[in-house]
Design a protein around this ligand. Sequence first.
Ligand code: ZN
Ligand code: ZN
Length: 225
Amino acid sequence: MSPTQTEKDDAKSNGHSNEDVNGEHNEWKFRAPYKVHDNDPNFKALYEGSCHCGKVQYQLSREKPLSAKFCHCSTCQVLHGAPFQWAAIFHKEDINFTSGHSDLGWYESSEKTTRHKLPCKVSCAYCRSPIMDEGRKMILLFPSLIKFKGHEEKEKFDATCHMFYGSRLVDVKDGLPKWTGLDGKSELIEDSPVEMVRKRKREIEEEEAGEEGKGEGEEKKREKT
Ligand SMILES: [Zn+2]
Ligand SMILES: [Zn+2]
C-alpha cells in the first residue's frame, strides 16, 4: 500500500527528508507502529523512551502494557546479550516514533534476514540498542529504554511471569509463575505459585481426558462399522 501525497506531505512537515519520504520501500513509515502521530489530538504521550545514542525516540500513549513478561529463550539470550529479556506488550497504535525513522534496523531470526519481515527485532541502526520485537499485530517493547518518572510508573510495567524458564541461564527466585516454554501452553516449574501449579495440572489432566475421550469415541465408532 503506497502512501498518499497528503501522508507524504505530513511526513515532510514532521521532519522527514525528501529522500526518506519518496525513497523506495518506505511504505512502512506510514503505517503503525512507525506512523507519526504528531498532529493527532487523540495521541496522549504518557511515556518517553530512547535508544542509548538518542537517535531513536518514541512516546507511548497507553498507561499500562497489555502484558509484561520475562523471556529466557535462547534467541532472546543471544540477541540481547543478556540472561533474559524483559518485554511489555502494546498495540502498534500505542507508539509514536518522534525521531529516528531512518535509524532503525531489522532482524528476522528464522530467515536471518535484515529485511523488514514480520515478526522481527527492531533496533537502533547506529548504537544497536534493541528497541522492540515487532509482531504481526502487536509490539513487544523493551521497557529498559523508557524514562520512568518514579517507581509507581515502573511498577505498571512489572513482568507477571517468566517464559522459556526451562532454558534459563540464571535462577530468578521472585515467586512469579515460571513456564518451561510459552506461557499458558507449557508446564509451570520451580517456584511458581502453588495454587497456579495445581490449576495448570488440572487443566492438563482435563485436556488429556478430553483427548482420550475422543479416542475412545472413535474406537467405538470403528467397532460399530
Ligand atoms: Zn541509538
Ligand atoms: Zn525469547
